[in-house]
Ligand binder design. Sequence first.
Ligand SMILES: Nc1ncnc2c1ncn2[C@@H]1O[C@H](COP(=O)(O)OP(=O)(O)OP(=O)(O)O)[C@@H](O)[C@H]1O
Length: 337
Amino acid sequence: MTSDVSGPAPASSRAGAAAPAIVATGLSKAFGKKVALDGVSLTVPRGSVFALLGPNGSGKTTLVQVLSTLRLPSAGSAEVLGHDLRTAPAEVRAGIGVTGQFSAVDSMLTGLENLLLMAKLYHLARDEGEARARSLLKRFDLSEAWSRPPSTYSGGMRRRLDIAMTLMGDPALIFLDEPTTGLDPRSRQTMWQIVREFVAEGVTVFLTTQYLQEADELADQIALLDHGRVVAHGTPAELKQHAPGAHITLRFATSAGLHAAARSVPGSTPDADAFTLRCPMAADGGAVKRVLDRVPDGLPIEDITVHTPDLDDVFFALSGTTPQTRTEDTARTGDHR
Ligand SMILES: Nc1ncnc2c1ncn2[C@@H]1O[C@H](COP(=O)(O)OP(=O)(O)OP(=O)(O)O)[C@@H](O)[C@H]1O
C-alpha cells in the first residue's frame, strides 16, 4: 500500500531553497521477513515541522534511518533537500542533522569540548567553531554547564547538548527521533521552545514521537504510522476533525426526562443509572446547538459535558490503540541493511 502525505508550502522557508525538504515515494524496508516500512510516501515542505507519530515498533526510527542515509530502503525512492538518497547520499548528509534516541554525547568531555569536537568534524575554522559553540550553549540554556562533563547533567540537559551538537553543522533539515521521550514535563516544554525557535529561523524539522500532545503542539503536518504504513495524515486540526468520538453528554434530573430526550436525539445512548445521554456530534462549531435543539422544550438539563476529539481519538479509531498504550516486541534481531 502506498500512502500519500503532502502539505502546503509554509510561509517560512530557507532562502533559495526550491525543492521540498523531503519527498518520499513508496519507501519500504524489510529486515529479513519483518516489514518495518511498507510503501511510505510523504512530502515535507521546507521550514515546517513534520511529526511522525506511532506506537513502539511502527517503523518511525527505520524511516528516519532511511531518510538520513543510515539504511538503504528495500524499495521506493526519496529526495532529501533535492538530492536522491541512493545516488547522492553525501549531498544529503551535508545538509542534514540527526539526533537519535541514543545520545552522541561523550561523557568524558565537557559540554564545550563535545561541541568543539563537532566543529572539527564539520571542518569549521577554530574561531567560528568556538563562537558557534558558545552561542548554542547560551541558547540551549547550558552556559553554566559548559565546563562540566555531561555525566553531571540532567536528562534534559544531555538531550539539549545532543541537539546543539547536531546544530553545529548548521543543517537545513534536522531529524529528531523521539526528542522528549523520558523527559519530565518541564524539560519537554523547554525542548518544544527550542524546536520552535530554530524552525522560526527556517530549519525544517522531521520528528518522531509517541506523544500525541507533542505532535499537536509542534507539527504543521502529522503522519500516523502503524505497522510501517501511513494510516492518516494532515494538519492536527484536519486529523481531529475526522476523528469519531466527538460527543456531548447531557445529564437529566429524571428517568422520564432521560428517555424522552433519548427518543428525540438520533444515535444517542442513554445511561439509566447515571441519568446521562451520550449524543454523537460533528466536530464543528454549531454541533452543540444542533444537539440541544433536538431535546424537547421544557426538559430540564442538569449538566452538559462536551468531549471534543483529540489525536488519541484519531489514533484509536485508526489502529485500535494509542501510541502510549501499545507495547510491541521491538527486539532487534540483527542488522539486515
Ligand atoms: N535491525 C533490525 N533487525 C530486525 N528488525 C528490526 C531492526 N530494526 C527494526 N526492526 C523491527 O522493525 C520494526 C520497526 O522498528 P522501528 O525501530 O523502526 O520502530 P519505532 O516505531 O521506531 O519503535 P520505537 O518507538 O520503539 O523506537 C519493529 O518491529 C522492529 O523490531
